[in-house]
Design a protein around this ligand. Structure first.
Ligand code: GLU
Length: 513
């Protein structure tokens, strides 16, 4: 079977070392989109082999973040699946046989060096002019390992329980080549890869071995992950070969970095507070300090906007269209439209997406989200009334919460008048005109926005008044402030009694201008 015809299986494989940052969510999103687009499976695998870096609550956080983003899993720790378990710590026993195979075939070896001995090796290499010394195909010959010790000595050390690690034995001068779906051909000489530790005497594999064994065992067809893993990929490809899985090497796609807004370097977990926006999808409470790190969900962003923004950090549809919901992203997504160069994070663009998605939301959906629908004045609002009100104000909001302010004049007439608005536009000399206008519109046969608008303009013409003078006063009288949606629409919805009452009250209550 041709590789491209394989069943598509992709995995998101975070390590539970802390909260998922937006870069991690983007990796999950691209995996999800790729799987859904190609009728494949989207799998969550928790890579928790490094127990020293394990952070309690991190896995729960990852699951919560994925579920907030609606990135539903086909297989994973909580949903199960035929290739489980999906936590590497629960797969611990599976790895040793592969390590043993590598040792038996001469592709890996035991190493017994203590931390002091490793430091000593680095020190002496540095003083010999090697800038970044590593345990590699040259230095290993002067270290304490099963390649330099007699066989019986190695066996003795293992049987008496000495601490050891297993290292991959990188060959000399060997070209390792693979094709990345985003970067094209990648080629590395094995002399540039150190003899990485693949297994430790505590019975735990390291990331590299566990990652490769699990991708193989879980029949992963495509490895889609962040660019920071690109340097590990040649080693992974080499491990596949050593393990005899050359035909099963997944296709790699290393996603571009997410950069700070000014383009200077990678956006990191620490940048959030400093740059004034969250870097986490949902709130994270540090289990040690109880400190809360803000998430986009709690800051009032919608999942649709958040996902839309993430999708555009590295991918584009090749058209002018920018606003996409998750289904639309699925049908448009392709790895061939993911770029190589880093994508600058743009918080303002996210706000714009939020506004666009709010505009796309059904009035009914917004109605269901706004719990308090009781009004504090004489009308008895129907659902129709609320749907019209929402339609009138929704264009003006960036966040669902902003709507509360925009809706406030429809909820109660017990607002206070905004002092700045009064200072700017309340003109005592024009009060008689405001009062006459109130009477005229009160006597209208049809109290509709278009009728009100016509009589308002007629009144201005007849009295030689400018719109810029009387309109702001009407607005202050009705809503308490200067900004707001179409005034005539507001008047129609409030109804003539309420309008008259508010104008009369404003004339009486606002004494200065
Ligand atoms: N466990 C790695 C991480 O934390 C996964 C890298 C990969 O996807 O291979 O990102």
């Amino acid at each position: 079977m041709n590789k491209d015809e394989k069943v598509i299986r992709v995995r998101f494989a975070p390590s539970p070392t802390g909260p998922l940052h937006i870069g991690g969510v983007r990796t999950a999103l691209y995996n999800f989109l790729f799987a859904r687009k190609n009728n494949g499976k989207f799998i969550l695998r928790i890579e928790d082999t490094d127990q020293n870096r394990y952070v309690p609550g991190a896995e729960k956080y990852i699951q919560e973040a994925l579920s907030w983003c609606s990135l539903d899993l086909d297989e994973g720790p909580n949903v199960g699946g035929e290739f489980g378990p999906y936590r590497q710590s629960e797969r611990k026993e599976m790895y040793y046989s592969f390590v043993k195979n590598l040792i038996d075939s001469g592709d890996a070896y035991y190493a017994f060096d203590t931390p002091e001995e490793l430091d000593g090796m680095r020190e002496s290499m540095r003083s010999a002019g090697v800038p970044s010394p590593t345990y590699n195909n040259i230095s290993r010959s002067s270290m304490i390992n099963s390649l330099t010790l007699p066989l019986d000595e190695t066996e003795k050390r293992i049987s008496r329980g000495d601490k050891f690690v297993v290292r991959i034995k990188m060959p000399r001068n060997h070209e390792i080549k693979f094709k990345d779906k985003i970067r094209g051909w990648v080629s590395v000489n094995s002399n540039n890869i150190d003899d990485k530790v693949i297994y430790k005497s505590d019975g735990m594999p390291t990331y590299h071995l566990a990652n490769v064994v699990d991708d193989y065992s879980m029949k992963i067809s495509h490895v889609i992950r962040g660019e920071e893993w690109l340097p590990s990929a040649p080693l992974h490809v080499y491990l596949y070969k050593c393990l005899g899985w050359e035909d099963q090497i997944p296709q790699f796609a290393h996603l571009p970095l997410i950069l700070k807004p000014d383009g200077n370097g990678k956006l990191s977990k620490r940048d959030g507070d400093r740059l004034g926006f969250p870097v986490f999808p949902v709130n994270w409470k540090n289990p040690e300090t109880n400190e809360i790190y803000k998430g986009y969900r709690e800051e009032g962003f919608s999942r649709a906007a958040f996902i839309n923004m993430l999708a555009f950090l590295g991918w584009n549809p090749g058209t002018e269209k920018e606003v996409f919901n998750l289904d639309e992203l699925v049908s448009e997504f392709s790895l061939s439209r993911v770029g190589k160069s880093g994508a600058k994070y743009d918080f303002n663009k996210l706000k714009w997406f939020n506004q666009q998605h709010l505009r796309r939301m059904d009035n009914e959906e917004i109605y269901d989200n706004l719990v308090d629908k009781k009004v504090d004045f004489s009308i008895n609002p129907s659902k129709e009334y609320w749907l019209k009100v929402i339609g009138l104000v929704k264009e003006r909001a960036t966040f669902l919460d902003d709507l509360k302010l925009e809706l406030s004049c429809f909820l109660s007439n017990k607002f206070t008048y905004d002092v700045n608005s009064i200072n700017k536009k309340w003109n005592l000399e024009l009060l008689p005109h405001l009062s006459s206008l109130a009477t005229i519109i009160f006597n209208l046969q049809k109290f509709t926005s278009s009728q009100i608008e016509i009589s308002f303009h007629n009144y201005l013409d007849d009295n030689d008044l400018s719109l810029g003078k009387l309109m702001p006063m009407l607005r202050i009288a009705i809503t308490g402030r200067l900004a707001g949606p179409s005034m005539f629409g507001i008047l129609e919805l409030l109804g003539k009694e309420e309008v008259k009452l508010r104008i009369d009250r404003a004339i009486k209550d606002i004494q200065h201008g």
